[in-house]
Design a binder for this molecule. Structure first.
Ligand code: HGY
Ligand code: MN
Ligand code: MN
Length: 417
């Protein structure tokens, strides 16, 4: 059985982690369209050129490296993202890109020609931490998000994507990426505790749970913390915290493993002795069951309206992202399972708790994912870690699945989603 070069794969991941590395931690901060993101893109594009790939960049900054096939049949795509959250780990997204390039390098080293071309994709702004929604680059590539609308997006720092792309010098190439994709397979760390708890090495990913991001802006009135009677207060921060506590407690009342996170909150004027006049809070709700997710959204919105009204504050609500649960291609899942079985790797079928570009590609072609364990289930955290032998196992399963797809003539055998 062909083996990938795990030392080279780890070296690639570690080299990328030096770009945007945070102090002496193991983590990175490469927010989408930041200077660090630009440096990481240049690093990957240079590696693509070194590997002989034909590189194209589209209008939102997605990067595609194409290894030609023997025929003009639609290409197989793999890849992921290299942008990170502010407290990012070194494997989230970058594993999928580095492993895709490792497959290319092994094909080159072994002199293997394939029926179909292989495209390694680096999707822009997968995280959505600075510019919402998340999975923005793959949404623009797939077509469900208009490019102009995406470029006009204003981030949490008040700048637009268009201005940031201009500032870091990212522009589309004349060479355009293929739009007809035979299949998409993404290798990614699990980012949760399930594989570690089950003792499995390979996650056969069934799909991605539903995601709902909402921003609540509460308007109150600032006043003196010491002289204002409680009955006279219009306290924006109190209402924001009330919404967060309600969302958290709602999870035990909603079926289907409901999750709720109040991830970001800003308060104005944010001073110890001033009743806040403004608060902005985001609520991230997730559930594998769409009906339960809708119920949770309705309950949180109704509570937020009541809480704001009872404190005499105003409430503005903005949807930042909304994705229904997605199921992956059963055929790709069975290929992942077959490869794991052939390599005597323990596997576990599971949904993804995190959003991924594969869930967007699933709207345009048969798509699937391979997970490998995250130590301690930790991710979106500088201490994110996956063991080299698990990285190697995931990359080998990716190799097996991609090679089958690359030499597949009949498109029907991967469809069936
Ligand atoms: O939020 C997510 O699930 C992904 O990391 N963008
Ligand atoms: Mn990711
Ligand atoms: Mn992430």
């Amino acid at each position: 059985m062909v083996m990938i070069n795990i030392d080279r794969l780890c070296a690639r991941i570690n080299a990328l982690a030096e770009i945007g590395r945070v102090g002496d931690t193991h983590g990175v901060c490469r927010l989408a369209f930041s200077d660090e993101d630009r440096l990481a893109r240049d690093h990957i594009a240079q590696l693509m050129h070194t590997l002989g790939l034909a590189v194209s960049v589209d209008g939102i900054g997605n990067i595609f490296g194409k290894r030609a096939g023997q025929t003009e049949r639609s290409p197989v795509m793999t890849g992921s993202h290299i942008d990170s959250v502010r407290t990012g780990g070194r494997y989230d997204g970058t594993l999928g890109v580095a492993a895709g390039l490792e497959v290319v390098e092994r094909l080159n080293e072994l002199g293997i020609d394939t029926e179909r071309a292989l495209v390694v994709a680096v999707f822009a702004n997968e995280e959505g931490a600075r510019f919402q929604p998340d999975m923005m680059g793959s949404l623009v590539f797939q077509g469900d998000l208009d490019l102009v609308q995406a470029l006009d997006t204003i981030g949490i720092d008040g700048t637009s994507i268009r201005d940031n792309l201009r500032r870091i010098g990212i522009a589309p190439t004349t060479r355009t990426p293929d739009k007809a994709i035979h299949a998409f397979v993404e290798l990614h760390i699990e980012q949760g505790p399930v594989l570690e708890r089950t003792g499995a090495t390979i996650g056969v990913v069934e799909g991605v749970q539903g995601i709902s991001w909402t921003e609540f802006t509460i308007g109150g009135s600032s006043n003196h913390a010491g002289t204002t009677p409680m009955s006279m207060r219009r306290d924006a921060a109190f209402v924001a915290c009330d919404i967060a506590v309600f969302a958290r407690r709602l999870c035990s009342a909603i079926a289907g493993n409901q999750l709720a996170t109040a991830g970001s909150m800003s308060v104005f004027p944010n001073l110890v002795n001033v009743i806040p006049s403004k608060a902005v809070i985001t609520i991230d709700l997730r559930n594998t069951n769409e009906e339960q997710l809708k119920l949770a959204e309705r309950r949180v919105l109704a509570y937020a309206k009541d809480a704001a009204a009872s404190d005499g504050t105003t409430l503005d609500v903005r949807t930042l992202a909304r994705f229904e649960p997605v199921s992956f291609s059963p055929q790709i899942m069975s290929r992942v399972a077959r490869s794991a079985a052939t390599r005597s790797l323990r596997m576990h079928r599971m949904p993804s708790g995190a959003g991924h570009d594969a869930q967007i590609l699933a709207r345009m072609c048969p798509a699937g994912m391979i997970f490998v364990p995250s130590v301690g289930g930790v991710s979106h955290n500088f201490n994110e870690f996956t063991r080299p032998d698990d990285l190697e196992a995931g990359a080998m399963v990716l190799w097996d699945v991609l090679l089958e797809l690359l030499n597949e003539r009949d498109p029907a055998s991967t469809a069936g989603i």
